[in-house]
Every structure is written in structure tokens, then in C-alpha cells.
Design a protein around this ligand. Structure first.
Ligand code: GLA
Length: 404
């Protein structure tokens, strides 16, 4: 009898050890998942936050989807219509998230169906803590239930924020939601919004498709102020924080320099052209953040510059970088597929500046033969002759595609 008990005990112990080993392996697998195969070029779309913040509603999202079609943005490649924070209502009696019934009376499924019917994809927002940054219910402890809900609603993109996470470990928290999204059975782009605090570029390549590298953008080119300085950044501050991360970007995993401010009124047209061009050079997601249904012609001409969008969307997926700098003058290069180069002459200064770029900055021998296209003038600009020089407006850019 004794021997039988001993046998049963040792069998139970072995089974327990086996189960523990199997569980440990599973946990490791969650962290080391293969890429999900999505966002092979940086996401292009619109997000509600920069313009509408917590005033977002069903009516706004529908009007935006309509305007993305009528303005030509959809046909230029803008794809995702994303509701940021403040769409959530309470959890129901079974713990499932519901929509704010005042702002979204038809519910999220109906809205996703509408966005899909316009030939666009639909995105939503949550957070890895108990509450979102706007104080709505977030996903901690409800990850699989929320991912399942999003899949049922037809969500194609999730932005996942980092407020109210206490001492939670970012790598663990984002791996859990990444796994929940996979388990949902739907293809959902995973946009991590952890602000760069835990350096996600070092570990999140197979966890998220994009990760924010900084705190929030605000609608200023280079003027920081007391109201924003603890948390929000100007365009030039973000550029300086994001630039050095170029080695970590590639198809399926992008450095997210935050949503665009183009058209929100705080910058001049030349500053907005610089903002848009720099994001394209950095292969950053281009998520418009303005009121698409009421944008003016200047805003439209910037967001719809297909030649600049093509630099951002180049299938090689290399993030461009600054190759030369002297005071306020900078030269940026992005290597494109087929051996072409995008070249940006950037003048941060308050006066016009003449900026020159050379073959060696492009990584080419001096005698290389190539044709030059000016991407803001929309004109061919002759042939490459070892260097190029332009007078660039204050806070402005001149941007070329140079094709051998
Ligand atoms: C954080 C994010 C922003 C936005 C807000 C919403 O600040 O970084 O991009 O999503 O929360 O509350």
C-alpha cells in the first residue's frame, strides 16, 4: 500500500513539474512570438485625438470616414480610421467593455461596419492599466475579453496606451495584449503607446507593429512652453528624439513619432510641410490628426502629397537619418528600394539658408548618374552632378527623390 501511495505521489509530482515546465515554455513563447505579418509599411490613416480629444463621437468618425473618401485621402493610401481615448462606457455585468452610449449611440460594431463600407479600416484605443489616460475603463485583467470584443466588432487596429499602469512591467503587459490579439483570430495592427519609457525599440519588434518613442506631440514647430514642457513635445524635439532610433525600424515594426498636427492651426504651411516631410523621411506612421471634413486646400495639398507619401511608404522600410548638420542646416537621406534616395534639405533657422548635399552623403561615388525630382514643387529638377544646392525657406525643407 505504502508503495502505491509513493508511486501516486511521485507521479503527481512529475505531472506537476511537467505542467510547470510546459507553462514556462508557453510564457516564453508569448514573449517571443513571430511577427504578425501586418503593417509592412508604416500605417497611414487618421486618429481622433489631436483635434477632438475627448469630444470624439460617432458623428465625427462617420464624417471623417466620408471626408477621407471625398478628399482623395483614401485613394492616396490613408487606410485606418482610429478612435483614440474616450469612446468607452462601463463594463457590463460579465465584464465586457461597452461604448459610451451618449457619444456612440449606434455602438462600435455599427461604426466599424460603416468605416469598412467606405473602403477603410477601423481602429480603436485602450490602455494597459486599470483606467485610460482619459479615465475610462482600460484593459488590465480584461485583455483576452477585450481582444475578443474588438474582433467581434471588426477592429483592425489597436492603440494601447500606458497610463495608470503602476509598477506593471511594459514588456509583460504588451506581450499579454499582443497574445490576446493573436488569440482573437482577427488581424489587428498593434500600436504600442508606451512613450519610449522602457525603450520598446529594444524588445518589441515581434510584439507591436509600431511603438511611440516620445511623449505627446503638440501643435508647435519649435516653441516649447510652460503648459507643455513636462509632457508634450514640439516637432523639432520629437525629430531629435526619434532620429537616432533609425536602426530599429523596418517592415512590421516602426518607430512612432506620434500623430500628425498638420492642419490644426499652430504652425505655418512651411512648418507643416517640414513636419510631414520629416515624418516621411523617418518612415514614421502618418496618422493625420486634423478635422478632415473641414480642412483647407493648403492642408489638403500637404496630406495628399503622394510623392512624399511614397517616400514614407517605400517597401524597403528603412528609416532615414540625418547625415550632416551645421547650426540650423541639416541634410537627411533615406535609402529607397531600387537604389534611389530621398534627400531632405532642412532649415531650422529663422532666415532663408543655402544648403548643399553631396554624393558621399547619399553613399554614392562622385560620378553616379541619376535624375532628380523635387517632391514639393512636383517638378523634375535635372540630373545629379555630384552635389545639389538649394536655398531653403525658414523652418522649411526642400525634398528630392534621386533615382539612378
Ligand atoms: C496619452 C497618449 C496620447 C493620447 C492620450 C489619450 O497621452 O500618449 O496619444 O492617446 O493619452 O488620453
Amino acid at each position: 500500500m505504502d508503495r502505491v501511495i509513493k508511486f501516486i505521489l511521485s507521479f503527481a509530482l512529475a505531472a506537476n513539474l511537467f505542467a510547470t515546465a510546459a507553462f514556462a515554455e508557453t510564457t516564453q513563447e508569448v514573449v517571443n512570438k513571430a511577427p504578425n505579418g501586418l503593417a509592412l509599411t508604416p500605417p497611414l490613416g487618421w486618429t481622433s485625438w489631436n483635434k477632438f480629444a475627448c469630444n470624439v463621437s460617432e458623428a465625427t468618425v462617420r464624417a471623417t470616414a466620408d471626408a477621407m473618401v471625398s478628399s482623395g485621402m483614401r485613394d492616396a493610401g490613408y487606410k485606418y480610421v482610429v478612435i483614440d481615448d474616450c469612446w468607452q462606457g462601463p463594463r457590463d455585468g460579465n465584464g465586457f467593455i461597452t461604448a459610451d452610449s451618449q457619444k456612440f449611440p449606434s455602438g462600435i460594431k455599427a461604426l466599424a461596419d460603416y468605416v469598412h463600407s467606405r473602403g477603410l479600416s477601423f481602429g480603436i484605443y485602450s490602455d494597459a492599466g486599470r483606467l485610460t489616460c482619459g479615465g475610462r475603463p482600460a484593459s488590465e485583467g480584461h485583455e483576452y475579453q477585450d481582444a475578443l470584443t474588438y474582433a467581434r466588432w471588426g477592429v483592425d487596429y489597436l492603440k494601447y496606451d500606458w497610463c495608470n499602469t503602476g509598477d506593471r512591467n511594459a514588456q509583460e503587459a504588451y506581450a499579454v495584449m499582443a497574445d490576446a490579439l493573436r488569440a482573437s483570430g482577427r488581424d489587428i495592427v498593434f500600436s504600442m503607446c508606451e512613450w519610449g519609457t522602457a525603450k520598446p525599440w529594444l524588445w518589441a519588434k515581434n510584439t507591436g507593429n509600431l511603438w511611440r518613442t516620445t511623449g505627446d506631440i503638440f501643435d508647435s514647430f519649435n516653441k516649447q512652453d510652460d503648459a507643455h514642457k513636462s509632457w508634450a513635445h514640439t516637432v523639432t524635439e520629437i525629430v531629435d528624439l526619434n532620429e537616432s532610433l533609425w536602426p530599429y525600424a523596418g517592415p512590421g515594426h516602426w518607430n512612432d513619432a506620434d500623430m500628425l498636427e498638420v492642419g490644426n492651426g499652430g504652425m505655418s504651411p512651411s512648418e507643416y510641410r517640414s513636419h510631414f516631410s520629416l515624418w516621411a523621411m523617418m518612415a514614421a506612421p502618418l496618422m493625420a490628426g486634423n478635422d478632415i471634413a473641414h480642412m483647407d486646400e493648403t492642408t489638403r495639398s500637404i496630406l495628399l502629397n503622394k510623392e512624399v507619401i511614397a517616400v514614407d511608404q517605400d517597401p524597403l522600410g528603412l528609416q532615414g537619418r540625418r547625415v550632416w548638420k551645421e547650426a540650423d542646416k541639416e541634410v537627411w537621406v533615406k535609402t529607397l528600394s531600387g537604389g534611389a534616395r530621398a534627400l531632405l534639405l532642412f532649415n531650422r533657422g529663422d532666415a532663408p539658408a543655402t544648403i548643399r548635399a553631396t554624393s558621399d552623403q547619399l553613399g554614392w561615388p562622385a560620378g553616379v548618374r541619376a535624375k532628380i525630382r523635387d517632391l514639393w514643387a512636383h517638378k523634375d529638377a535635372g540630373r545629379w552632378s555630384g552635389s545639389i544646392e538649394a536655398t531653403v525657406e525658414p523652418h522649411g525643407v526642400t525634398m528630392y527623390r534621386i533615382t539612378p
